[in-house]
Design a protein around this ligand. Structure first.
Ligand SMILES: [Zn+2]
Length: 273
């Protein structure tokens, strides 16, 4: 049996530059059974119940790798009559690993073969809406702090943007009776239809100008820190995908505000406007 190994070729994350690229052609860099990865890397994946799971890599990808609170994209990578169904995508530096199964018995010949990537657009759009809505809530809280309606020591914490389970956390306490004020401010930011822009800044500028900098500032390539800026309301270091303007979020609905051990968790969802 071959020794466990990880793909070593770097994958360019095209979704970081263009979050609206839904199909893309790229050669195949490697194909290997999931079972041939080292144990710790295998543990990153939940293979589907049917079919033998494989790991496929490409020099560039439009599939968002799970991370930063945003789930993986799903979709297909096809070449000739072969279709690889992408179930889960994880980054294991320097590669982005697509885990999935082949439809039927036909498989790619392997290295160098051109293949077309297609992501599930409705799923990506929902993830981008939920993710951007998380920033809107962060900015709503920041605005309330600026106007003296919220304790200024409250700062952005971690966030999760999974459909049905989305939340943003704040370090510090936000009283439950602030729910209406945060909701009103979020509604206002959505109604303003602010443009969502992506920048690559050096670390110093990111630390100086970002509204929330608790997310680790990872410089994973030469481009610098990826920052999302929302109108002139504020900016965050962020690796996820977003909608183009805040109105595309739809209605951002605050579900619940809970406080525990000094952390406030604001759960929310997006609804069609
Ligand atoms: Zn973001």
């Amino acid at each position: 049996m071959a020794e466990a190994s990880l793909p070593t070729a770097k994958t360019e994350a095209l979704y970081q530059k263009d979050g609206h690229l839904y199909s893309h052609t790229s050669p195949i860099s490697s194909i290997q059974p999931l079972s041939s990865l080292p144990q710790n890397a295998q543990g990153l994946f939940k293979p589907p119940p049917e079919g033998e799971p494989y790991i496929l890599t490409t020099p560039s990808t439009i599939f968002h790798a799970q991370g930063g609170g945003q789930p993986s994209d799903t979709g297909t990578i096809t070449s000739g009559s072969s279709t690889f169904n992408v179930h889960q995508v994880r980054k294991v530096d320097p590669a982005i690993l697509h885990m999935g199964t082949f439809s039927g018995e036909v498989r790619f010949d392997g290295k160098g073969e051109a293949a077309e990537q297609r992501i599930d657009v409705s799923k990506r759009s929902l993830h981008s809406r939920i993710h951007t809505a998380g920033h809107v809530i962060g900015l709503a809280a920041a605005a309330l702090k600026a106007s003296g309606n919220l304790d200024p020591s409250v700062v952005d914490g971690k966030a999760s943007h999974y459909p049905g389970a989305a939340f943003v956390e704040f370090v510090g306490l936000i009283p439950a009776d602030k729910k209406a004020a945060i909701q009103a401010k979020a509604d206002e930011l959505v109604a303003q239809d602010l443009e969502v822009k992506i920048h690559f800044w050096d670390e110093e500028r990111a630390r100086r100008e970002c509204t929330g900098v608790l997310e680790s500032l990872k410089m994973d390539d030469d481009d610098g820190v990826r920052v999302v800026e929302i109108g002139d309301a504020g900016s965050y270091p962020c690796g996820g995908t977003h909608v183009k303007t805040t109105k595309e979020c739809g209605r951002v609905v605050i579900r619940n505000i809970k406080r525990q051990k000094g952390i406030t968790k604001v759960s929310y969802e997006v609804q069609d406007a």
